[in-house]
Ligand binder design. Structure first.
Ligand SMILES: NC(=O)c1ccc[n+]([C@@H]2O[C@H](COP(=O)([O-])OP(=O)(O)OC[C@H]3O[C@@H](n4cnc5c(N)ncnc54)[C@H](O)[C@@H]3O)[C@@H](O)[C@H]2O)c1
Length: 383
């Protein structure tokens, strides 16, 4: 068995996503399982090169995981011949210029979403990558979640008949930071630092809607900054300038209406932090991160509206759990494995920079719709 080492710059490895989901749960987990096997018997072996701003934090992470390749100098890492892939999990605002440098160095690029802050910038990166002849990818982890994969299976199996609508609830209470520390970084709440829930979540909603239900034709959105003042990591009070909730309606190909609420200012009274209810002529389903339950038309109850009577049926108990029928691995890791195969042997990978640009576009149009109070068409993007 031959082992092919692939050098991967992991920039932003000290952050929440860079460390937990990408380094530990993906790249190191791939090494623990013995690498990514290819059809010809070769195994791909990711070799992370940790990059960040703080030498002490990088050293500490490296030592914790028995790694020794780290640097605070991105250009030095990009100049290395044994590095094939640049990965970016930095704060969003730092992404575009770092990716541009990686493209100039001829590296393949994989990145967290959003690809850039504006559609124009995202398309420029897609064009630059094409001109450089390198392979690109953007994280679209939600597609690989067990709940959404079971939902996709129901769609592919024709369970719903004609799909009418999708209603999604995403959110949880993010503490203000005064009497309990906030569980998200403070830059998320400052638009001048690239924050905001639309920029954060609409790139996800774009690919979830398109891959499961159809292309997004129009968006109309209302945003709010419900909590105007928060306390940062250093205990300083700051003004929240970014949206912390977004109430969006999307019209999709085929007439499907999707209505998605995203909020960091709601308390969870759901089974999971995100849930999508899909209603179709033949059946309905509710999918979360892990679970999916369904109700077929043949077993649909017939409630009659009468506020004078107490509820007699346990509606939630009338749904059937969709079985796993499969082993579901961590979604970030599954997508990493696909990208590594894409780089190594050209296996098809459709979640590229152009796909990432569509996510940026939907966020940009969502914010504009909220600002101008109008419903906006979503033009088709191309290079
Ligand atoms: N796929 C998902 O589900 C998901 C979830 C959360 C965040 N994200 C994305 O991941 C990225 C990182 O988010 P996070 O929550 O891990 O943030 P974080 O604040 O925890 O980490 C940010 C990283 O960027 C670095 N950084 C901060 N400021 C910088 C600067 N000025 N210059 C260079 N580096 C800087 C930090 O050192 C850290 O390593 C964001 O783009 C975000 O949109 C994706």
């Amino acid at each position: 068995m031959t082992r092919r080492s692939i050098g991967i710059i992991v920039n932003g490895v000290t952050g929440r996503m860079g460390y937990r989901q990408h380094l530990v749960r993906s790249l190191l987990a791939i090494r623990e399982q013995g690498g990514v096997p290819l059809a010809d018997g070769t195994t791909l072996w990711p070799h992370p090169v940790l990059v960040g701003r703080s030498a002490s934090k990088l050293r500490e992470i490296a030592e914790r995981h028995g790694l020794d390749d780290w640097t605070t100098d991105l250009s030095e890492a990009l100049a290395r011949d044994d590095v094939e892939i640049y990965f970016d999990a930095q704060v969003t605002q730092q992404r575009e210029k770092a990716i541009r440098a990686a493209l100039e160095a001829g590296k393949h690029v994989y990145t967290e979403k959003p690809l850039a802050e504006e559609t124009g910038g995202a398309l420029d990166l897609a064009r630059a990558a094409r001109a450089a002849g390198v392979r690109t990818g953007v994280v679209q982890d939600k597609l690989f979640l067990p709940g959404l994969r079971k939902l996709k299976r129901l769609i592919d199996g024709g369970f719903f008949g004609r799909i009418l609508s999708v209603r999604g609830e995403f959110g949880y209470w993010v503490f203000e930071g005064d009497w309990q520390p906030a569980q998200r970084p403070s830059w998320n709440y400052r638009s001048e630092d690239g924050g905001g829930i639309v920029v954060d979540m609409f790139p996800h909603w774009q690919y979830v809607l398109e891959e499961l239900f159809g292309r997004v034709r129009s968006v109309s959105c209302v945003t709010a900054t419900h909590v105007p003042e928060r306390v940062d990591e250093a205990g300083r009070t700051y003004r929240a300038t970014a949206d912390d909730a977004a109430y969006g309606i999307f019209e999709l190909d085929g007439g499907v209406i999707a209505q998605l609420n995203s909020s960091w200012c709601v308390r969870v009274n759901r089974d999971e932090l995100v849930e999508f209810q899909v209603d179709g002529t033949e059946g309905s389903a509710v999918a979360g991160l892990r679970n999916c339950r369904a109700q077929h038309r043949a077993v649909t109850p017939k409630p009659v509206w009468n506020p004078d009577l107490p509820v007699t049926e346990d509606f939630r108990a009338q749904w059937t759990e969709v079985p796993d029928n499969d082993d579901f691995d961590n979604g970030f890791k599954v997508q990493w494995e696909a990208f590594l195969r894409h780089v190594a042997v050209g296996e098809p990978f459709r979640w590229d920079f152009l796909a990432g640009a569509r996510g940026v576009q939907l966020a940009e149009l969502g914010l504009r719709s909220a600002r101008e109070g109008v419903r906006l068409d979503v033009p088709e993007l191309g290079l």
